[in-house]
Design a binder for this molecule. Structure first.
Ligand code: FAD
Length: 387
């Protein structure tokens, strides 16, 4: 039974599985679902084309379900304001899905820092090469990106940058890095399984439960790592609450911006969350001992490599979500851990706009995955293990 397998405190965290599921169901998931639809959080700025620093393009970018359409500027900005309009047949998959608005940068989102993040390779200062993508219209789901190209990325991530698979030889901090990546990998797999192309001939999409079982549920450590990553990112968000409460969410639409602020407050200062899981992860335990500073530099470098590897993902939509989620994790690391030996305080924390968008969208993706595992897991296990 799934509930027996996942009970007690989530390893290395301060909350138990039951509480996480309950809080997610009642509070986090509904608020995050609303939040990521707001104008501030639905546009992510990204450099989308293959620009791999490690090996040549392997030609996978042409996969149909992989593409994120960049429509000509003449089709914008009106189509953004009417996301359900039928007037944009050129866009990806025949829908006005992949709207990319190049004009929005100068109009909105002013007042944010452009400070670099030492944990990530990517940043939004590279303006000439970047475009905006409407995340709501480019969902993370099955794309057909598989085989050696996808395998090479995961192999490079695990073998070169999370040095060995978990073993007694790994120190605590190295295990944390591994668990974060593994938890993210579980979440990506769950989203693929939750929104899968079941029949290409009739373009039928739905859940692929056996894939979810084969890739995630049949490996309890992958499920545990998903919960761990969720709590880690949640801790970063709540730790940055004072900063995030007063950040600039102006998109030029006062009603929508008020809603964004109110949803953020609901998430950041919720009494139920504070009572049931006040410190989801205790970062103060890390980087202790003589090797601490050196270890932090080493892990920072490894994480930057992982971030750079996202430019090698040979499928545009996977690259978009890969970049966003790795940037989200890098932002959580930046919030939780000091930069260059300096401890952050709420007063001197500086986040880029794109980092905040990535952080909250990542939390939402993890929250969806945790909910999916909680709701579907027991019945999927029963079906698959009864076979
Ligand atoms: P993979 O998922 O490729 O896993 C490779 C190996 O890693 C496994 O054999 C296993 O040994 C190990 N592994 C698997 N899961 C875990 C885990 N949770 N923890 C630790 N080890 C693990 N495809 C899409 O269809 N849509 C997407 O949006 C998408 N986004 C992607 C984003 C990135 C950054 C990358 C690198 C790939 C993405 N893919 C996406 C491809 C997808 O993740 C798989 O690589 C692909 O579906 C092939 O799956 P697979 O069964 O070969 O195993």
């Amino acid at each position: 039974c799934l509930c027996a397998k996942y009970s007690g405190i989530v390893e290395d965290c301060c909350c138990d599985y039951e509480t996480v599921d309950r809080l997610n169901e009642e509070l986090l998931h509904p608020s995050l679902q609303e939040l990521v639809k707001t104008a501030f959080f639905r546009y992510f700025k990204a450099k989308l084309w293959c620009d791999c620093p490690f090996w040549p393009d392997d030609g996978m970018c042409r996969l149909r379900d992989c593409s994120v359409c960049e429509c000509p500027d003449s089709e914008f900005p009106e189509s953004f304001k009417m996301p359900h309009s039928q007037e944009d047949p050129i866009c990806q998959e025949g829908k006005p899905q992949a709207a990319v608005d190049r004009t929005i940068d100068s109009k909105s989102f002013r007042g944010w820092t452009e400070a670099d993040n030492p944990w990530t390779y990517d940043d939004e200062t590279d303006n000439s090469e970047m475009t905006y993508v409407n995340l709501q219209l480019n969902p993370e789901r099955y794309t057909g990106y598989t085989g050696p190209s996808a395998r090479r990325i995961w192999d490079a991530i695990y073998s070169e940058n999370c040095p060995k698979y978990p073993s007694e030889e790994l120190c605590h901090e190295e295990k944390i890095l591994y668990k974060l990546i593994s938890g993210l990998h579980s979440s990506i797999s769950i989203h693929i399984a939750a929104d899968y192309l079941l029949d290409e001939a009739i373009n039928s999409w739905g859940q692929n439960l056996s894939l979810m079982y084969d890739r995630v549920l049949s490996y309890p450590d992958r499920v545990r790592n998903l919960y761990f990553t969720f709590l880690f990112v949640l801790r970063a968000v709540t730790k940055a609450a004072d900063y995030l409460e007063y950040a600039e969410y102006d998109t030029g639409n006062p009603n929508e911006d008020l809603k964004t602020q109110s949803l953020m407050r609901q998430l950041l200062f919720n009494p139920k969350l504070q009572a049931a899981c006040p410190v989801p992860f205790d970062e103060a335990k890390l980087w202790k001992g003589q090797r601490g500073p050196e270890l932090k530099q080493q892990i920072q470098k490894q994480f930057r490599n992982i971030s750079a590897l996202m430019d090698c993902v040979g499928c545009e939509k996977c690259r978009l979500w890969g970049k966003l989620q790795v940037l989200g994790l890098g932002t959580a690391l930046k919030i939780l851990f000091s930069v260059d030996g300096q401890e952050h305080s709420a007063q001197n924390l500086q986040l880029q706009r794109n980092e905040v968008i990535a952080l909250m969208n990542l939390l939402n993706r993890l929250s969806e995955s945790v909910r999916f595992v909680h709701e579907m897991g027991p019945s999927v296990e029963r079906i698959m293990e009864g076979q």
